[in-house]
Design a protein around this ligand. Structure first.
Ligand SMILES: [Fe+2]
Ligand SMILES: [Fe+2]
Length: 269
């Protein structure tokens, strides 16, 4: 059974700085990696770590270097797609030794296991918060799906292709999600979409396709449905998602990244 861990929105900044002047994202990621290593024996083999964008806050080379340093002890290979806070060429340079990183164009990749495949897609449109799949991305997705049918497919992308109801985030959403829906809707197999950007767990759909947002590893977007309120962050508990294929469908577990008391035994019957 293939198991992947999804980390999202690590927002690493330069040494000595805090994201938004508040969040020590590097310490949060280091703590999260320590939790993953600690609980790894409970989870069995972990096949990959997928990072769904906003690895860094400003897309600077030193931020990527810090990200790589902080994640080097993870117990599985790391794959990543860019978010709106990333910059494509510095990210490409940072991961240039990885076989999944394309030498040019969108940062997109295919990771095939025996039981399902993960397709990483690039929705970064540099200079804006919202995202979209470019023509190359749609072409790559079409070719990947044609080659995989009917294997279950997980789509890893930064921008959620559905509305969350949080107006400030929906204003920087997935501009051409209809193009993604029309392509995935024709696929002859199970599909699940995993994404980030909103830094909090949301379960929804694109058409009839299940789609989930992972929590961030350091901070959350405030759960705020009032349009007149500013976009702001909350220091809610960090987390990640664990995804696996259980034979009849995908299954996703929310895992809080923290130091918690326990385990304490339940009553025995
Ligand atoms: Fe983010
Ligand atoms: Fe984002």
């Amino acid at each position: 059974m293939t198991t992947i861990l999804q980390l999202s929105d690590t927002h690493i900044v330069s040494a000595g700085e805090r994201a938004y002047g508040v969040v020590d994202t590097a310490t949060a990621l280091a703590d999260g990696v320590a939790v993953i290593k600690q609980i790894a024996p409970q989870l069995g083999a972990i096949d990959a770590i997928v990072v769904t964008g906003d690895l860094t806050d400003f897309g600077k080379p030193d931020e990527y270097a810090r990200f790589l340093d902080l994640t080097r002890d993870l117990p599985a290979p790391v794959f990543a797609v860019p978010g709106n806070h990333d910059r494509r060429e510095p990210m490409r340079a940072a991961f240039s030794s990885q076989t999944w990183m394309p030498s040019d164009g969108p940062i997109q990749w295919l990771l095939a296991f025996d039981d399902f495949a993960v397709i990483g897609l690039d929705t970064l449109v540099e200079g804006q918060g919202s995202g979209a799949l470019c023509t190359q991305g749609l072409t790559f997705l079409k070719a990947a799906l044609d080659g995989l049918s009917p294997k279950p497919v997980m789509i890893a992308v930064h921008h959620p292709p559905f509305l969350t109801g949080i107006p400030t985030m929906d204003a920087q959403g997935f501009d051409n999600r209809d193009a993604l829906l029309s392509m995935l809707g024709d696929y002859d197999g199970e599909v699940q979409i995993i994404c980030g950007h909103v830094h909090r767990m949301v379960v929804s759909r694109l058409g009839t396709i299940p789609a989930t947002i992972a929590p961030g590893t350091s901070h959350a977007v405030k759960l705020e449905f009032r349009a007149e309120e500013p976009n702001s962050l909350m220091l809610e508990p960090p987390g990640m998602l664990l995804h696996r294929w259980i034979g009849s469908g995908f299954q996703s577990h929310l895992v809080h990244l923290g130091d918690f008391e326990g385990p304490y035994p339940f009553y025995s019957y």
